[in-house]
Design a protein. Structure first.
Length: 200
């Protein structure tokens, strides 16, 4: 019961930190902003986190934990590599619709990673794990003959970069292109490029 209460408190703090960093960015935000947004006492915040940086490093882990469950569900839901790849793009599109702010913080974290080695190390680990996830899908498709004999690492990296393009829509919303159009077109291009024509 005690652990459950602690987890709930941390969730409350991280949710507050998310809203603060989206509104103010990392540099302009303060622990007092997180305190105010969370509606918890300053002492309660500092019980769990000793600094603003510690809160936001934990927020990266929190983001990853939430998304990992979606990735695993995607793998289990679809049997073919093509469906898993399409499901991956669809999953991110649904997440973007549900909470664009979650993508906006990635832009902030990438900016931080260029100036702070702790954020850099954290993001390197996060993205290498995500890359492995995509590599697994590509390798499965190549092995089954569903995909061409492409390089799984390079192909996965290309897919990851294209998924990252969703972040662009959190910054510039007057491009004349909707995020849905972008995701649909990019996913179709990628699938057409990797699919083995003999199986179509």
């Amino acid at each position: 019961m005690k652990q459950e209460k602690q987890d709930k408190r941390k969730e409350q703090i991280l949710k507050a930190a998310l809203s603060v960093i989206v509104e103010k960015g990392y540099e302009r935000s303060r622990m007092d902003d997180i305190v105010q947004s969370s509606k918890l006492s300053k002492g309660a915040i500092y019980w769990y986190y000793k600094s603003k940086k510690e809160v936001y490093l934990s927020l990266v882990d929190h983001w990853v934990k939430n998304y990992n469950s979606g990735f695993i569900e995607n793998l289990e839901k679809h049997s073919t590599a093509s469906a898993q790849l399409k499901g991956l793009f669809d999953y991110f599109m649904k997440q973007f619709d549900r909470d664009p702010a979650a993508f906006k913080i990635l832009v902030e974290f990438w900016s931080l990673s260029g100036r702070d080695s702790d954020f850099n190390d954290k993001l390197q680990k996060v993205y290498s794990e995500f890359l492995k996830y995509i590599v697994t899908i590509i390798e499965k498709g190549v092995k089954s003959g569903e995909f061409k004999k492409v390089d799984p690492q390079i192909t996965a990296l290309s897919i990851l970069i294209n998924i990252e393009g969703i972040n662009w829509f959190t910054l510039f919303n007057k491009s004349g292109v909707e995020a849905h159009e972008y995701i649909h077109t990019i996913s179709e291009f990628i699938l057409a490029g990797v699919k083995n024509n003999r199986n179509t």
